[in-house]
Design a protein around this ligand. Structure first.
Ligand code: AMP
Length: 321
């Protein structure tokens, strides 16, 4: 597996792969790779002939009081995991490479970037949109793989890709969890034993909402208040948000439907964690259309279920309890 450090090298690699007739897949990450990232890389391996994994702790998506400096970094282990999961190249640029001296150009996705995580992390999605745009321009990826774990990010990036007319297809991979339900996150290493116990309330809250939905009560009020009760039972857990939203717009809705996003965020001690579920009337059901998805039909990727309106899920890596 090759390690690339510059956008020019990444672009040259990508052109070469396309010249060989290969579909190019991109898996953007901030490193500190875990099994959740591995599931994305494996999905890319199934869906693309050439797979690039980016490892870049993007400073612009961290607020001034957030954990940029202490964000876990494990480059060698990341390379081992990426190679084992099927990456052909790792792209590990410096901050200066991604933000050259004097750079002032950013990508804004107004509206979406102020909702859910964007509300409590001002500027976060501007940073995400900007870095992903740079990666998409460098790779001209045919497919880019993202986790449902960051569901608001998925909504924002799908809007961005549609608006900027990128030819890239966004493939969404399910949340990989620990056996006890905790969603894998690079930030889980921050948790003390007791915080980790309390963090389990996040997935319990999501499961509670799923159970209520499955029992036929779809009202936002019921779903949110039941999930809040689960979270409030934990003394060191501080709720950021519990929301039922349209997954396309991230705007609140009164009643859940198939494809609606139910998302929670909370601080467990000093660590902010997120979790979510996308409701479905039955486990095999296709997620319904979001209104803003590009109309153009794209070829069916081998790895993904084709969902109406070009929402692509790759559920093969799912280990949800
Ligand atoms: P990050 O390194 O945290 O920026 O995440 C990189 C990608 O991995 C994003 O698309 C995340 O949604 C995805 N990801 C992170 N955690 C998980 C998980 N537990 N399951 C599936 N995907 C994940």
């Amino acid at each position: 597996m090759e390690i690339l450090r510059t956008c020019a090298d990444l672009r040259a690699w990508s052109h070469e792969q396309r010249g060989l007739g290969k579909v190019v897949g991109l898996v953007p990450t901030m490193g500190a790779l875990h099994a959740g990232h591995a599931s994305l890389i494996r999905a890319a391996r199934r869906g693309a002939g050439a797979v690039a994994v980016s490892l870049f702790v993007n400073p612009t998506q961290f607020g001034p009081s957030e954990d940029f400096a202490r964000y876990p970094r494990s480059f060698e282990a990341d390379c081992v995991l990426a190679a084992a999961a099927g990456a052909d190249v790792v792209f590990a640029p410096s901050v200066e490479e991604m933000y050259p001296a004097g750079a002032v150009t950013f990508v804004e996705v107004p509206g979406l970037s102020d909702r859910l995580d964007g509300k409590s992390r001002p500027g976060h999605f501007r940073g995400v949109a900007s870095v992903v745009t740079k990666l998409l321009i460098a790779t001209e990826a045919d497919r880019a793989y993202f986790g449902q774990k960051d569901a608001a990010q998925v909504a924002l990036l799908r809007r961005l890709v549609a608006d900027l007319r990128f030819a890239t297809e966004i493939v969404v991979c399910p949340i990989v969890r620990e056996p006890d339900g905790l969603a894998l996150s690079s930030r889980n290493v921050y948790l003390s034993l007791s915080e980790r116990q309390q963090a389990l309330a996040m997935s319990r809250a999501v499961r509670k909402a799923e159970a209520i939905f499955a029992a036929g009560d779809h009202s936002a009020e019921s779903l949110i208040s039941a999930a809040r009760q689960v979270l409030l039972a934990e003394p060191d857990l501080r709720i950021d948000y519990v929301e039922l939203v349209d997954w396309g717009t991230l705007l609140p809705i009164e009643a859940a439907h198939s494809g609606a996003l139910f998302a929670v965020a909370a601080w467990v001690g000093p660590t902010r964690l997120i979790d979510n579920t996308v409701f479905a009337y039955s486990p095999d059901e296709e997620i319904t259309a979001a209104p803003w998805i590009a109309e153009e039909a794209t070829p069916e990727p081998q790895c993904a279920l084709h969902l109406p309106s070009a929402v692509h899920f790759d559920r093969a890596g799912s280990n949800s309890p």
